[in-house]
Design a protein around this ligand. Structure first.
Ligand code: URA
Length: 433
């Protein structure tokens, strides 16, 4: 079909009508040839007009089949995959995948790059010298058979249509849409061929869904699309009002994930990984209760099995495992600049969105398609919700390479903190399962 078809698709969606499967099939199979301006106009129309559940199901199915759908039947045991809908400081995959694999359940992980103000696992692992997330399907499967863990990006053979739409959404303000997020996430999970799919749906200022009701609506959509496509999907709605852990960036997030696998990580990150992992172990039939799964995972951290699995995983994908002992082998910033408290009190709120924006402004996010990232920059949070702060005390450090970006990032981080006279406590990490 020639270019005018895209024009008619844009008009159909602009006017709030429903696309047929055939129209969506045409779009997905021509996605690489459609001019950027038409694709972005269509994406914006979807953001504004939405999609029915049947359109979302067709789009997911077509995107999943835009490349190969992995057949993991020659990998022993059930395979699990996990995905987050995007957050700030969300390095859960880097901890959870080796942790679950070390407890005996195979993890076939298909990940994405940064999106909007949120970071992506594929960008983060590239901070490890030599690590490649772009591995052929055969290597992916071989790794699953040999070490029970592999991570691939969706480019090339797997869900390539998501690769195109994802990169376009990142730079056109078209991320925040339930059907587009659902299709993007689930198409990758279907393409990975996993039997157990756990989705971590983030809620709060740092998430694309800003409140629990819209996060629940996204979770409901993904479970319904999964049901229609015969995939069992478990969704957890989890807190993203403040960033997860203390590190926001790339190298520093990998370093924090390593500490967590060694049992020295922040409490919120450790807790979330253990809770999600317990559900995966239960879903895979490796334990008979979630609590038993959690106990097994805590044991894997204490025994060193979790960090050993991370070492094996990094080596298998060409990375330098010495980053475990020497995180400074990853890109490091030139400057570490403190942001100070302008008043004393307790941190009542630490808004994840301006922290994510500060990291992006420092060079940790993309402003246009394919832009290179500075993997050294980011934010290191010293104070989080509930902490006592004195005037002039350091709230956070900015990890900086380009000083021209410092003033704006400092302002963003200052604006993220609300400090008041009364003690506050952090909200519940898990809102719903
Ligand atoms: N993660 C994805 O893979 N896609 C989205 O749209 C959001 C988060």
């Amino acid at each position: 079909m020639a270019n005018p078809s895209m024009l008619s698709l844009i008009k159909t969606k602009r006017d709030g009508s429903e696309h047929s499967r055939e129209e969506l099939a045409w779009l997905v199979s021509n996605v690489k040839e459609i001019p950027d301006y038409q694709l972005s106009a269509w994406l914006m129309a979807v953001v504004l007009r939405g999609m029915t559940i049947s359109e979302t199901t067709h789009l997911t199915d077509l995107m999943a089949h835009s490349g190969q759908v992995m057949n993991l039947s020659d990998v022993p045991g059930p395979c699990a995959d996990k995905h987050s809908t995007g957050g700030v400081g969300d390095k859960v995959t880097l901890v959870l995948a080796p942790l679950v694999a070390s407890a005996g359940v195979t993890v076939a992980k298909l990940s994405g790059r940064g999106l909007g103000h949120t970071g992506g696992t594929v960008d983060k692992v590239e901070a490890i010298p030599g690590f490649t997330p772009e591995i052929p399907i055969e290597q992916f499967k071989q790794q699953l058979r040999e070490i029970q863990i592999a991570l691939a990006s969706q480019t090339g053979e797997l869900a390539p249509a998501d690769g195109v739409l994802y990169a376009m959404r990142d730079v056109t303000g078209t991320v925040e849409s339930i059907p587009l997020i659902a299709a993007s996430v689930l198409s990758k999970k279907i393409a990975s061929g996993a039997d157990v799919i756990l989705l971590d749906v983030k809620t709060g200022s740092g998430a694309f869904m800003k409140d629990d009701a819209s996060a629940k609506a996204l979770a409901d959509t993904m479970m319904e699309v999964g049901r229609r496509l015969n995939k069992q999907v478990v969704c957890v709605v989890s807190e993203m009002g403040q960033p997860l852990g203390h590190a926001v960036g790339h190298s520093n997030e990998v370093a924090e994930a390593i500490q967590t696998l060694q049992g020295k990580g922040p409490e919120d990150l450790t807790e979330l990984c253990v809770r999600l992992g317990g559900l995966i172990l239960l879903g895979a039939g490796a334990v008979s209760t979630r609590e038993a799964g959690e106990a097994k995972l805590r044991e894997a951290i204490v025994s060193g099995a979790a960090i050993d699995k991370f070492r094996e995983f990094v080596k298998a994908q060409g990375g330098d495992p010495r980053v475990i002992e020497s995180p400074e082998l990853m890109p490091q910033p030139r400057l570490r600049v403190p942001v100070e408290a302008t008043q004393e009190g307790y941190v009542q709120q630490l808004d994840a969105l301006p922290i994510g924006i500060a990291c992006k402004d420092l060079g940790g996010g993309r402003l246009f398609k394919g832009a290179p990232l500075d993997l050294a920059v980011g934010v290191e949070l010293k104070k989080k919700v509930g902490d006592r702060v004195e005037k002039g005390e350091t709230l956070a450090y900015l990890l900086v390479n380009d000083e021209a970006k410092l003033a704006e990032a400092t302002e963003s981080v200052q604006s993220a903190y609300r400090i008041g006279p009364t003690p506050a406590s952090a909200p519940d990490l898990i809102r719903a399962v």
